[in-house]
Design a protein around this ligand. Structure first.
Ligand SMILES: Nc1ncnc2c1ncn2[C@@H]1O[C@H](COP(=O)(O)OP(=O)(O)OP(=O)(O)O)[C@@H](O)[C@H]1O
Ligand SMILES: Nc1nc2c(c(=O)[nH]1)N=C(CO)CN2
Length: 172
């Protein structure tokens, strides 16, 4: 058994449909999906606002790389349009593997550049921490601490006020 926190983001095309495609592609693996937030672009300001959400999924397959394969399948389903010159630039759909736990409940730590776990920038991103907090109030980002603490630390703390809940956009 493997459990993963995945972060979804879209700022090109039909953003709502792109996030929905990710949830549909993951299908029965999905346990809970957060609410959607409209968020200002992080890391590369000259691009449209994002819709972001987080979900928790589980699978019998213990291999953590299977989550990266599934994330890429979601991105392909949404056309995976992006500018290779801009690492934090606009995209139809981004699915990041934030953290993975094995069947023993222990977090998976990986320094493989193909799949770094936990995700190396998750603790800095209010657009990941805020929706995660909604679905797991005592969520732990391995190596960093409780999500409710991280969201009160800079730089994420300074970005929280800029997020807008979008209860009109419901996924799953
Ligand atoms: N935890 C992870 N989740 C997703 N991709 C990862 C992870 N760790 C390493 N990668 C690798 O990062 C590379 C770039 O991924 P991607 O294009 O999604 O990055 P990005 O979305 O532009 O930036 P960011 O990961 O900061 O959101 C991919 O080749 C992927 O294999
Ligand atoms: N608000 C927001 N900004 C981003 C996002 C994202 O999902 N949301 N994803 C990025 C890709 O690395 C870069 N910047």
């Amino acid at each position: 058994m493997s459990r993963a926190v995945l972060a979804l983001g879209s700022n090109l095309g039909d953003r709502e449909k792109n996030l929905e495609l990710a949830v549909a592609t993951l299908g029965e693996l999905v346990r809970v999906v957060s609410g959607v937030y409209e968020t200002p672009p992080w890391g590369d300001p000259d691009q449209p606002p994002y819709l972001n959400a987080v979900l928790i999924a589980e699978d019998g397959d213990e291999n953590p790389h299977a989550w990266l394969t599934r994330a890429r399948a979601c991105e392909r389903a949404a056309g995976r349009e992006r500018d290779p010159e801009r690492p934090f630039g606009p995209r139809t759909l981004d699915v990041d593997v934030i953290a993975v736990w094995g069947g023993d409940g222990q977090p998976v730590i990986s320094t493989d550049p193909e799949l770094i776990l936990p995700h190396p920038r998750a603790h800095l991103r209010a657009f990941v921490l805020r929706p995660w907090l909604d679905i797991e109030p005592f969520g732990l980002l391995p190596g960093h601490g409780f999500v409710y603490e991280l969201i009160n630390e800079q730089p994420a703390a300074g970005d929280v006020a800029g997020l807008t809940a979008r209860p009109d956009v419901a996924l799953g």
